[in-house]
Structure formats: C-alpha cells, structure tokens
Design a protein around this ligand. Structure first.
Ligand code: NAD
Length: 256
C-alpha cells in the first residue's frame, strides 16, 4: 500500500519508533531511521523487507541538525511523504527539583523537534498534495501525572500543535494526527520500572504489575507493533478525512 512513499521516523533506533519503522517498511514504504546508538542492525532489518533504508543521526534537540536530516531526505529519497515524530525522552522529579537542563532538553526533543521537522516537510507535501504527519504523543498529552511536568507540558503541546497544523492543511491531501500510547514496554519505561523497583524493593515482575494496575485498566502493555499498525491505517485512504485527532491506545487509561 505504501510502495513509492518515503517515511522518516525520528527516534527509531529503539522502542516504539523502531516498531513503527518496521511496520511501515512491511507495507512497502522506504524508511529513513534516526536516533542514537547502534543503528546498522535496524537498518538491515528494514532493507531486508525489500525497501530502501536510510539513516541520519541528527540530534533532535538541534534545529540545524534537523535541517541537515531533512536535506538528506530530499537528496537521497526525494523528500518525506510520511513524517513520524517519535523521538522523546523522560525525566521524573517534582517541579521544585526539576533540573533546568532536563526541562530544556525535554521541550526541545519532545516538542520543538516536531515543529522543525514538520515546518520543513510540509512544503513538499503541499506540492504533491499528499502527506502524513503522525506525532507520537502520549496519554500524558491528554492527562497528567505527578513528577512529569516537562513531559506532560511537551506532550500537551504536541497535541495542540497537531490540531493547529491539521487545520492549516485541512483542504489539502495532507493529514496531521497524534497517537497517544499508554504504557509500552520500551527502554524509556524500563528505566522508570528500575527506579520504582529500587525505591519500593520490588522485583521487575511486581514493578510491572504495580505500574499497570495504577493507570492501565487492561493490565497489558501496548506494543510497538500495535502502534505501527495504527500508523499504517492513518496512512491509508480510509484515513484521508481523519484530521487533527489524538488517538489513545492506552488500555482504558484515559477512559477513567
Ligand atoms: P526509547 O527510549 O525506547 O526510544 C527513544 C528513541 O529516541 C531512541 O531511538 C533514541 O535514540 C531517540 N532519541 C532520544 N533522544 C534523541 C535525540 N536528542 N535526537 C534523536 N533521537 C533521540 O523510547 P520509547 O518508549 O520508544 O519512546 C518513543 C516515543 O513514544 C517518545 O516520544 C515517548 O514519549 C513516546 N511514548 C512512550 C510511551 C511508553 O510507554 N514507552 C508511552 C507514551 C508515549
């Protein structure tokens, strides 16, 4: 279905981004990966699906590196048709103890990078009169949790940004939407589980049980594959008129 399209997935060397990238490639899209750490294996996995795979190591907190990544996408792939803004980090602390550098990094990576990639991708999407911008927000874009002021602010911002750009492009073939996962078992969440285990003296299984029981009524983690399939749906013609939504995949978290 996505043959001939190019997808850029930020933060796709790990976790949700990696799962979404694989799913888009499995449906025929060429994929540009981004993120820190080892990427060769992830890139080889994408190429093995018979599509063109690329990688750019731009730091999503640096606008000039984002500009270089978007120029790479134009030169090597003829532009970005599907933009998945996924890169994100977390830090947990009460507001009075929140390190200023962590606040700045979370706002830059989780929110401002979405502005930069989107502003650079939209002109070519307008020319083609087709495009998809899919922002991986969070349940924390809809509701809050204590000790996550920067993350909650950034994710609420991502949802506001999604709606504004969806309106700006409403009469075109471009759609802009957000996906709001609940708990997904990735390195970002494992760090929080480890910290809770240390604080509560619980093992990993008990920490997971408690984490889910607190917020996610299904008591199941959402998977990167489920988020990948929803991304593919949002790229399909069936979703041509889905504009500006924040779609939660959270086991009932925000239904409470
Ligand atoms: P993860 O830590 O597994 O992956 C994060 C990815 O972002 C990695 O590829 C990492 O290298 C990349 N990254 C981090 N900082 C970067 C930077 N400055 N520049 C470029 N890349 C950078 O995390 P994840 O759980 O897969 O999270 C992905 C997204 O999903 C994040 O936006 C997160 O907020 C969101 N999310 C996660 C959950 C969850 O439960 N895991 C729930 C809701 C939303």
């Amino acid at each position: 279905m996505l043959k001939g399209k190019t997808a850029l997935v930020t933060g796709s060397t790990s976790g949700i981004g990696h799962g979404v990238a694989k799913c888009l490639a499995a449906h025929g899209a060429n994929v540009i990966l981004n993120g820190f750490g080892e990427y060769e294996a992830a890139k080889a996995e994408i190429a093995a699906l018979g599509v063109k795979a690329g990688y750019h190591g731009a730091d999503m907190s640096k606008p000039e590196e984002i500009e270089a990544m978007m120029a790479y996408a134009t030169q090597e792939f003829g532009g970005v048709d599907i933009l998945v803004n996924n890169a994100g980090i977390q830090h947990v602390a009460n507001v009075e103890d929140f390190p200023v550098t962590k606040w700045d990094a979370i706002i830059a990576i989780n929110l401002s990078s979405t502005f930069h990639t989107t502003r650079l991708a939209i002109p070519a999407m307008r020319e083609k009169n087709w495009g998809r911008v899919i922002n991986i927000a969070s349940t924390h874009g809809l509701v809050a949790s204590a000790q996550k002021s920067a993350y909650v602010s950034a994710k609420h911002g991502v949802i506001g940004f999604t709606k504004a750009v969806a309106l700006e492009t409403a009469t075109t073939g471009i759609t802009v939407n957000a996906i709001c996962p609940g708990w997904v078992l990735t390195p970002l969440v494992q760090k929080q589980l480890d910290a809770r285990g240390l604080a509560d003296g619980t093992d990993d299984a008990e920490s997971k049980r408690r984490l889910l029981a607190e917020k996610q009524p299904s008591l199941q983690f959402t998977t990167p594959e489920q988020l990948g399939e929803l991304t593919v749906f949002l790229c399909s013609p069936a979703a041509d008129n889905v504009k500006g939504v924040a779609w939660n995949v959270d086991g009932g978290w925000t239904a409470q």
